[in-house]
Design a protein around this ligand. Structure first.
Ligand code: NAP
Length: 461
């Protein structure tokens, strides 16, 4: 919410669930609030819990080395004045996220484009009136920014490599009814009930539809019956939304199962593609020229502005921070593009280091990343208590981590996003799912609820 400021940027999980369980906000204006309101909520949390005087802003961590002789981390960072500083810490919690470093597409000639060009997470306010605007990408960011962009531009061209599934959400633009706000504020336990209901309705209710059914014979485009029913429903939604532009329908239907990639909440995507001043180009891009984009059919699309809604460098977790663990091993070398951690949180050989939103914790079937992170924090707090009580560093056992991750991979192969037709940022070069959780929300809560001290060994000083 700090990085993304594109038009109509907002959350696609209901706010009453996409917020901290320990800092409820009964006053959300909408069910799916927009970026400014979300950002203000997080700012408010910092004030409410009095943490501002413990935060050093504009610092960039360069390197962290675990010093086995003192069982402490040495953290080297550049401070806001540009000076290199160093501090020692018993434990380090990484909360750098997975989705904040823009991925620029590797397209020949991109740098030669002479019009204005920017990434969706580096939004530039520009007068689009009369301009020919190109948008590369059809993920969540593109879907959200397209309608408002198309309203302002002269003509908008969407370059689609592969289509995503997009589903309607009844309450997407609806303001919260005063009666609900009153109940959340005054009715005992109503806020808890409402949150629990959201967790089920927008999360685990979809879970049965993402798990592959071995008796479902044709697994080419769906993984079970409920998944197939959803596919048929969404195809109907595509055709309805495209209205006069039925010629786009085939190109808009993904060849992978629903929930193979995060199901995008609709904000008028197909209606926007159906506008006369919007074109969908469902083709690969061969190169970018000074004046536009060339697609693999040889066509040149003249553009004044090029928007790159091409996602984030999500497979390089914790990078570019250099992290050295026990015996000087590098975390980046250990992981390569196959990051893995026990409970998505702790890594063998890197004692007292905790990764929030770490490997295999992202959710696709529906859910709130804040919920996942709270589960991880619950787990981590038990680890910190052990560290404090024993007065030493703890290192998760290698065999425990290997067993856990074998299960993570075996489960992932059974889920919609492990389907062979899915190519996404969730997978690494080898096709392994490295970002997503293979667990339902309830299962992840159970996984992280009780830390088992025997999973760890103490680091000898
Ligand atoms: P994304 O899901 O990774 O989508 C990137 C898009 O760019 C894809 O359509 C991809 O095509 C396309 N692309 C990348 N390189 C390309 C190339 N060289 N040529 C043509 N197309 C190219 O990124 P995102 O939309 O920014 O979303 C990232 C994640 O952020 C989401 O999955 C979601 O978790 C989160 N998000 C959430 C919200 C929300 O809460 N409302 C909003 C935005 C984002 P392919 O599909 O073919 O790979």
């Amino acid at each position: 919410w700090y990085e993304n400021r594109y038009p109509d940027c907002g959350v696609d999980t209901p706010n009453h669930f996409y917020s901290y369980s320990f800092h409820r906000n009964p006053g959300w204006s909408g069910y799916f609030s927009k970026r400014d309101e979300l950002h203000a909520y997080f700012e408010d949390c910092a004030d409410a819990f009095g943490v501002r005087d413990r935060i050093q802003l504009n610092c960039s961590v360069q390197k962290m080395v675990f010093d086995a002789s003192s069982s402490r981390w040495r953290v080297v960072y550049r401070d806001e004045t540009g000076q290199i500083q160093e501090l020692e810490a018993h434990a380090v919690v990484s909360a750098v996220g997975q989705l904040n470093r823009p991925a620029m597409p590797e397209i020949e000639g991109l740098a030669s484009f002479e019009g204005k060009m920017w990434h969706s997470a580096r939004w530039q306010e520009e007068d689009l009136a009369g301009k020919r605007v190109g948008v590369i990408g059809t993920g969540c960011s593109s879907v959200q920014l397209l309608p408002k962009t198309a309203e302002r531009a002269g003509h908008t061209t969407v370059f689609q490599r592969t289509p995503h599934w997009v589903a309607p959400a009844r309450d997407y633009y609806k303001p919260v009814e005063p009666g609900l706000i009153w109940a959340l504020k005054h009715m005992p336990y109503y806020a808890e009930f409402h949150r629990a209901r959201m967790i089920l309705v927008f999360g685990d209710r979809s879970w049965p539809a993402v798990v592959s059914d071995p008796d479902w014979l044709d697994q080419s485009v769906s993984v079970n019956e409920a998944n197939h029913v959803m596919r048929e429903t969404l195809i109907g939604f595509i055709r309805e939304g495209l209205g006069p532009k039925q010629n786009y329908a085939e190109a808009c239907i993904p060849d992978f199962p629903v929930w193979g990639k995060r199901l995008i909440v609709d904000n008028g995507w197909y209606e926007t593609l159906a506008r006369e001043d919007v074109s969908l180009v469902p083709r690969g891009i061969t190169r970018v020229t000074a004046t536009g984009v060339v697609t693999d059919d040889g066509a040149h699309h003249d553009l004044d502005i090029l928007i790159l809604a091409t996602g984030f460098k999500s497979n390089e977790l914790l990078s570019p921070i250099e992290i050295e663990g026990l015996e000087g091993q590098s975390l980046a070398d250990l992981w390569g593009d196959a990051a893995n951690a026990y409970k998505g949180t702790v890594v063998p050989g890197f004692p007292n280091l905790f990764c929030l939103y770490g490997p295999n914790t992202n959710i696709v079937h529906g859910g709130s990343i804040i919920y996942q992170i709270e589960c991880q924090i619950h787990y981590m707090m038990q680890c910190l208590a052990l560290i404090a009580s024993e007065g030493t560093a703890i290192n998760v056992r290698g065999a425990v981590n290997s067993d856990y991750n074998r299960e993570v991979q075996a489960l992932s192969r059974q889920l919609a996003w492990g389907h062979p037709n899915v190519e996404s940022w969730y997978k690494n070069q080898a096709g392994q799912v490295v970002n997503n959780s293979p667990f339902s929300l309830q299962q992840f809560w159970e996984e992280t609820h009780d830390m088992d001290p025997t999973d760890f060994e103490f680091v000898e000083v």
